[in-house]
Design a protein around this ligand. Sequence first.
Ligand code: DGL
Length: 263
Amino acid sequence: MTQQPKVLIFDSGVGGLSVYKEIVARLPQLDYYYLFDNAAYPYGELERQTLIERVERLVSAMVAKLKIDLVVIACNTASTIVLPKLRAILSIPVVGVVPAIKPASSLANKAVGLIATPATVQREYTHDLIRDFSQNKPVEMLGLTRLVDIAEEKLRGKSVCIEEMTQLLEPLIGKVDVAVLGCTHFPLIKEEIQSVLTEQVMLVDSGLAIARRVQELLAVEFGQGERGKREIYSSATPWQEDALNSALSKLGFSPVRPFPLEI
Ligand code: DGL
């Protein structure tokens, strides 16, 4: 059997699984390694320099030990600041996930909502995206760590409280006709966000574009060959580990292993 490319997907928590799902649906034959830095979660509230240093250290260690061929930084909060540094130190392609402002703005008639982490809505990178790609449509930004926690809880089997979500998303209700899911955790609670914002609002995320980019960079065929490996690592013991592992097994992963002990 020919060796398949190895892809590392990185996030602070389970959000990157939304990106993984898009990629694996097109390219099940690749080997996937997922690393989440839950020791420093939530990234949306982490000091900038600390975040840059952590991502650099964890990702470069994984890439070296597992001989990774391509990295996906499946986190908007990290991608909006770490990509230049990572690309400078790694000799493999690094794909980032940033808020889909450009497609959202072209789809909107009225205004765009950007739902992201508190850090992402403050980033210069995000403000530049808005300035360059949404000149004619106002962008209402909403930075919410609680929404990230809700996605973590949902993956572990907890049902989402729609009243709480309605309170959190209240600033956007009736004000925007397109909303960007600018955090990779949010596609995991897309149905609930849609029900709160109503069908009048179109939700846009970057998952599919990332999957296409990975396929293009690796120059591999859609769904060719046997299913590859799926391993998952965390930087600290995850909370509700059993519930998490049972959700992960449905996505084809073996139980979470500690980073970097077993690699
Ligand atoms: N999933 C992340 C993002 O796309 C980060 C969430 C967090 O840790 O705050 O921004």
